[in-house]
Design a protein around this ligand. Sequence first.
Ligand code: NDP
Ligand code: 8X3
Length: 253
Amino acid sequence: MKMNRIVLITGATSGIGLACARKFAENGDKLILTGRNEHRLAEIKKELSAKGVEVLTLGFDVRDRDKAIKYLENLPAEWRNIDVLINNAGLALGLEPEYEGSYDDWETMIDTNIKGLLTMTRLVVPGMVERNSGHIINIGSVAGDAAYAGGNVYCATKAAVKALSDGLRIDVANTSIRVTNLKPGLVETNFSNTRFHGDTARASNVYKGIQPLTGDDIADVALYAANAPAHVQIAEVLILATHQASGSVIVRK
Ligand code: NDP
Ligand code: 8X3
């Protein structure tokens, strides 16, 4: 299905967000791509523009509410009517027991995964309500379904994404807006490098002995949800690698 929607993706510089950018671009959508890494945003814009895709990049940290407000309130007129918001920016930091976790890591996860997502929702959804049209796709996680060892605060942030998705779905049920919570399991991206503060050996162990999902696998589902007929709301999808059964049951060969 060829589209010409405006799709805003947070955290589009890597992993699932980047895969979504490429997938929605192939589908004929226009993209607003955000992230902190302005160099990567410029490279991605160049890659997609060369294929004729219209791209606007906004380099900001979703934790910086003032900047988010400034950028979103000053969008060029032709980019204001956002059709799809993909709240993807997020991260896990650490895998320590809750009683030994880092205060800084907790703040970063809560501020990014919960408050950043909320800020973007607060800024984008009023326009959707006014137009009685739109779709919010939140990237939750299997981690939000049940805690796993050392997951504590990260799992709590993703449980919050589920509650916020469910809450928003109720709040817009009298409109034509749809809300989707995608809950991936193991996806090989930069996620584990970030979680282990750049310890690449430890990060690669996460995907040892199992074929993990790719960002593309998740982008496929996001596009499916966005392209579903208007009366169909894909409310929630749990997407796991075949040898993963839950956040803590992973069968490795
Ligand atoms: P990556 O580390 O590859 O990508 C994370 C993206 O989030 C980057 O583009 C990064 O951009 C952006 N980001 C992080 N912090 C901020 C911030 N403060 N402000 C703006 N952008 C930010 O990981 P994934 O692609 O795997 O992660 C994407 C989402 O998917 C996350 O919400 C994660 O929790 C979720 N997820 C991941 C799974 C996995 O196994 N990989 C499974 C389930 C869910 P930049 O550095 O440019 O700011
Ligand atoms: C990322 C997947 O299982 O590492 O949300 O938490 S997991």
